[in-house]
Write a protein that binds this ligand. Structure first.
Ligand code: PMP
Ligand code: GLU
Length: 390
């Protein structure tokens, strides 16, 4: 038989963040001395209260199909969380639980983007967005940011990027890979440009709980107009150290959109894992808050340490991020080719980081500090040794 594959799937590339973390894991399992700062995954264990809720669910036989969008208690817990933390009012009809925030994003792109629709994505961007646009036959429109401007788009840049074909703007605050956080004033400026357009806003808030300086503001909370056009996406992977549980959600005031996504999910996933749903309630209702804060404090300490040490290396320059757990490090003085730089680091000193080119910006690499301090210190020492020789 001669195999023919659908064009849309052959156009996709593998997630580079996942590819490098997998390679680092493989090299380690072969006995190689590898220190990996590639994965965007907390090294902490899931809080005990969350595990206990899952164990209880299993013991009570909560092991059947559930409603597609999620069980009512979970939808209530999300609705309460959005009110409490984000000043957003969403009814349970306006929330859908998905198998990770990546899956929420996939659903939204499938529901809204079609041929020739333009999606504005600030660059550097998280690797998955442009791929999902391409998969939906849409067109990526990147807005280039600069380190001098804290990797944020300006009102003028946004104005220039909007055309009659613009369907959506993607906002990620705090950002992966830069950790920058949009202030209320900056979001108000973005909102003023979008007013009187038909542009949706996709707000990816997965790093919301990981803020070290300043405050987090949800784009949908800026105004009534922003609330109506914004689809808020969040999940428990990063804040509650639940990457493997696969829980994300989306919220939109457009109930028709929610119904369409619900129906799409009823034909693709059905519901997410029933046990994860019970566990997620404990991650959202305040029971895990002490653990969430403990992890945030640890990340903050690591950020400060890693930032200072990397900046002390001749040829590297990094701005201190306000949130998330990434440093986006300028390395162009040593090598403009970030792919080659990262390959060389891995081969020569056994350090895995992600090339900036994967996030649309060459001359940088992403260093994840979601790893213990001792490994961070050791890894940066190796990076220093490498840079001093090049
Ligand atoms: N958005 C961003 C910006 C991310 O970095 C990630 C990382 N995985 C996700 C969404 C997806 O997270 P998950 O699917 O684990 O909820
Ligand atoms: N979001 C994480 C990262 O950027 C996990 C990997 C992925 O989902 O791409 O490293």
């Amino acid at each position: 038989m001669q195999a023919h594959y659908a064009g849309r799937i052959t156009k996709l590339s593998e997630s580079i963040t996942i590819a490098i973390s997998t390679l680092a894991r493989e090299l380690k399992s072969q006995g190689k001395d590898i220190l990996s700062f590639s994965a965007g995954e907390p090294d902490f264990d899931t809080p005990q209260v969350v595990k206990d809720a899952a164990i209880k669910a299993i013991n009570e036989g909560f092991t059947k199909y559930t409603a597609v969008a999620g069980i009512p208690e979970l939808l209530n817990a999300i609705s309460e969380k959005l009110k409490r933390d984000n000043n957003l009012e969403y009814s349970t009809k306006e929330i859908i639980v998905n198998s990770g925030a990546k899956h929420s994003l996939f659903n939204v792109f499938q529901a809204l983007i079609e041929k020739d629709d333009e999606v504005i994505i600030p660059c550097p961007y998280w690797v998955t967005y442009p791929e999902l646009v391409t998969f939906s036959n849409g067109k990526n429109v990147f807005i280039q940011t600069t380190q001098e401007n804290h990797f944020k788009i300006t009102k003028e840049q946004l104005k220039q990027a909007i055309t009659p074909k613009t369907k959506m703007l993607v906002l990620t605050t705090p950002s992966n890979p830069t950790g920058m956080v949009y202030s209320k004033t900056e979001l108000e400026e973005i909102a003023s440009v979008l007013k009187d357009t038909n542009v949706w806003v996709l707000s990816d808030e997965i790093y919301e709980k990981l803020i070290y300086d300043g405050t987090f503001v949800s784009p949908a909370s800026i105004s009534q107009d922003m609330c109506e056009r914004t689809i808020t996406i969040n999940g428990l992977s990063k804040a509650v150290a639940m990457t493997g549980w696969r829980m994300g959600y989306l919220a939109s005031k457009d109930q028709k959109l929610c119904k369409l996504i619900n129906d799409f999910q009823s034909q693709s996933l059905s519901n997410i894992n029933s046990i994860t749903q019970k566990a997620a309630i404990a991650g959202l209702d305040g029971s895990a808050d002490k653990d969430i804060e403990r992890m945030r404090q640890a990340f903050k300490e690591r950020r400060d340490f890693a930032c200072e040490k990397l900046n002390a290396i001749q040829g590297l320059k990094v701005s201190k991020p306000d949130g998330a757990f990434y440093l986006f490090v300028h390395c162009a003085e040593i090598s403009k080719d970030s792919m080659q730089f990262c390959k060389d680091l891995l081969e020569n000193v056994g350090v895995a980081v992600v090339p900036g080119i994967g996030f649309g910006m060459d001359g940088y690499f992403r260093f994840s500090f979601a790893t213990d301090l001792e490994s961070i210190a050791k890894g940066i020492e190796r990076i220093k040794n490498y840079c001093e020789k090049h």
